[in-house]
Design a protein around this ligand. Structure first.
Ligand code: AMP
Ligand code: MG
Length: 311
């Protein structure tokens, strides 16, 4: 059920929850200062209580509701990348409910680059918005994914579906050298290039990852088994779902999706493929390994999501 911004604001102010589009993936929104509403999102998702939520804001003044003081580097980074797919982690203000942060003393904050989401937050104030999927399932990038996980009665805010398709970069700003806790389309190189601030890139063994509870849980996984292949097999099996990017052979097959090197489009479609493969009853997805190309920022994020889906 699609709702307008003012209907959505009404739902939030009454303590309800609804799905909202952002530029990354759909979020399941609640008033960040309404403990009961936030709890409803954990319950609806089946999300472990110690996996904290990102608080979404629409203007910099709202930062003061979430943190006592922001370090200078935070100002530099947010002016360069907000609104956009970058979440920052800072020490939280005492008044931010513990349920939001999973009991941590830090809070994750982002200003999404999406017109209707921003309009809504202007009216309601800060909103928590974990990805709008059942916990452990691929994130929702199309309205039908929300309906499939939460039923037709879940309201969905009007506006374009996510254009990026991959969750935001999470950047911890509490240590001397900022550390990427979750890779996304904004990479350490991009941040350094734009702000001159040295950032530790994400590695699966980074120190400080114990501070990112989300990395403990399985994520982005379809029911089908996802296998990464290093070359396209010469024989295509009818009962396997293929996602490839390097073939120039354009013979169309219903179970082969060829991206011809368009990794932005692949990011936009990845979770839809996972869900579609499940829906069509495939038990195996073969995904051609992506090149380790540092010049294309989306690739490292995609490689991370694909390796999590396959492990
Ligand atoms: P999701 O909302 O499903 O995209 O997940 C939110 C991500 O943000 C998870 O990986 C969390 O671990 C991370 N996150 C949220 N709050 C914090 C925080 N206070 N400190 C570190 N990571 C956080
Ligand atoms: Mg999620």
């Amino acid at each position: 059920m699609i709702v307008t911004v003012s209907q959505a604001a009404d739902i939030i102010l009454k303590g309800g929850i609804l799905a909202i589009p952002t530029e990354t993936v759909y979020g399941l929104a609640a008033d960040a200062f309404n403990v009961l509403a936030v709890k409803k999102t954990f319950e609806a998702k089946g999300r472990p209580a110690d996996n904290p939520l990102i608080v979404h804001i629409s203007n910099l003044k709202q930062m003061h509701l979430l943190c006592d003081d922001t370090p200078e580097i935070a100002d530099l980074i947010t002016t360069s990348f907000w609104p956009g797919p970058l979440t920052i982690v800072l020490n939280k203000k005492q008044t931010v409910p513990d349920v939001v942060t999973g009991g941590l003393h830090s809070v994750a904050i982002r200003m999404p680059d999406h017109p209707t989401a921003l309009e809504l937050i202007e009216q309601t104030g800060p909103l928590t918005a974990p990805s709008a999927n059942k916990s452990g399932r691929p994130s929702a990038t199309r309205p039908e994914h929300i309906t499939s996980d939460f039923g037709k009665s879940m309201p969905i805010l009007e506006g374009n579906s996510p254009g990026l398709g991959i969750e935001s970069t999470v950047l911890d700003l509490r240590s001397d050298t900022p550390l990427i806790l979750r890779p996304g389309s904004i990479t350490a190189e991009l941040i350094e290039e734009k702000t001159g601030i040295h950032v530790l890139p994400y590695t699966s063994k980074s120190e400080g990852l114990e501070n990112s509870p989300g990395t403990r849980y399985t994520h982005y996984r379809p029911a089908a088994n996802v296998q990464i292949i290093d070359h396209i097999p010469t024989h295509i099996e009818g009962n396997i779902y293929y996602i490839i990017h390097s073939s120039t052979d354009s013979a169309p097959l219903p179970n082969v999706y060829n991206y011809l090197g368009d990794f932005d489009k692949l990011a936009q479609d990845l979770y839809d493929h996972f869900r579609q493969a499940d829906h069509l009853g495939y038990s195996q997805i073969m995904l051609e390994e992506l090149p380790d190309d540092k010049k294309k920022p989306i690739i490292s994020a995609l490689r991370d999501r694909i390796s999590r889906a396959s492990s």
